[in-house]
Ligand binder design. Structure first.
Ligand code: NDP
Length: 345
């Protein structure tokens, strides 16, 4: 494959799988990272490169520095823009979540326009850009979320991570409309799980699974519904979006939806009593009392706990051709990797 792909966030949890697949397909991968001296963040990718037909290049670029992506964009055929902080542990939402997501998207997409070579941008958005609170489905009077919907209920003080994702995606569509050099394809994954190629990521996906298996929810898990999708399927969706000339618009990715307590029962059905899984489903009134222990604010509890959601994944299957890994296999492969990495006993 004689093509060069620039990827931002390629060192992260999802990005490492995308980088691996690109290298295995023989692409030249230009990976941007904040600090080249932190070799532990990308040594696993150098190891993958050695046994692949692809070529890996490293470029330093911070989402917040204007013009930082101009040089790596020049000479790239396409960009996968994935870098964005995915953390619920922050002090200043504006500085730590919203600025890097929004300014980063502006920086990266403007670099695509300034280049003479970029023909496609694949943006990693989220279902958080499709909907904010679970109650939104009821408020809108709809029976499922589709690619038509945009999150209207998040703000800088209420669900700021989701707000950062919807602002960034809307900005991407705006910049796309202002030019005619490159095409934009957007991937909107639900909550991503599955084995990690890196132990340096601080992704909430990895924190959640560790918390679930080590007893953080032992006294009770909330009736809080999510969509779930395997990290390898998310990586595949990015490759399909990149390579399929007809790919366009947004793509919701979810293998299924279930609440956190049901998810814990699914783990129990595979591993029995091996892990300290939740004893019961927490009643909503109890969450108002103990929610602070899980970083759940009253407004979040009120608008999310106990409300079902449905995510329509038809477009990802029919237009991208994505095949979903069953959640049971996702769990088994993730637990095995966590044991091998000594994160779990
Ligand atoms: P990770 O934390 O593992 O990856 C985030 C990546 O973004 C890292 O490579 C990180 O680089 C980079 N990054 C963060 N801030 C900056 C910055 N200021 N400048 C340059 N790079 C930066 O998270 P995930 O892999 O889980 O998430 C990747 C993407 O997928 C994000 O856009 C996230 O919103 C999205 N997503 C994730 C979901 C999930 O469930 N995990 C679900 C839906 C969407 P560094 O190594 O330098 O820290």
């Amino acid at each position: 494959m004689n093509k060069t792909i620039l990827i931002t966030g390629g060192t992260g949890y999802i990005g490492s799988w995308v980088t691996k697949y690109l290298l295995e397909k023989g692409y030249t991968v230009r990976l941007t990272l904040r600090d080249k001296s932190k070799t532990q963040k990308y040594q696993h990718l150098i190891d993958i490169e050695k046994s692949s037909d692809g070529k890996l290049e490293f470029w330093e670029a911070d989402l917040l520095s204007e013009g930082a992506f101009d040089k790596p964009a020049e000479g790239s055929d396409a960009i996968i823009h994935m870098a964005s902080p995915f953390t619920l542990r922050f002090k200043d939402a504006q500085k730590e979540l919203i600025d890097p997501a929004l300014k980063g998207t502006r920086n990266v997409l403007c670099a695509a326009s300034k280049s003479s070579t970029v023909e496609k941008v694949v943006l990693t958005s989220s279902v958080a850009a499709v909907h904010g609170d679970n109650i939104d489905m009821k408020e809108l009077g709809i029976s499922e979320f589709t690619e038509e919907h945009f999150n209207y209920s998040s703000t800088v003080s209420h669900q700021p991570y989701s707000y950062s994702k919807v602002l960034a995606e809307k900005e991407a569509w705006k910049i796309y409309e202002s030019q005619n050099q490159w095409k934009l394809v957007v991937i909107n994954p639900s909550f991503v799980l599955g084995p990690s190629l890196t132990i340096s990521s601080n992704s909430e996906s990895l924190n959640f699974m560790k918390d679930m298996l080590t007893g953080k929810y032992y006294m009770g898990a909330p009736n809080l519904m999510f969509g779930f999708v395997d990290v390898r399927d998310v990586a595949n969706a990015h490759i399909l979006a990149l390579e399929n000339e007809k790919a366009e618009g947004r793509h919701i990715l979810a293998e299924r939806t279930m609440n956190v307590y049901e998810f814990s029962r699914l783990i129990k059905s595979i591993y029995g009593n091996k892990y300290k899984l939740p004893l019961m489903q927490s009643p909503k009134f109890m969450l108002y009392l103990v929610g602070w222990m899980f970083n759940l604010k009253p407004k979040f509890i009120r608008r999310n706990v106990g409300y079902d959601i449905k995510l329509n994944n038809t477009k990802s299957k029919e237009k991208l051709g994505l095949k979903y890994t069953p959640l049971e296999k996702t769990i088994e492969d993730m637990v095995r990797q966590m044991q091998e990495s000594k994160i779990l006993k």
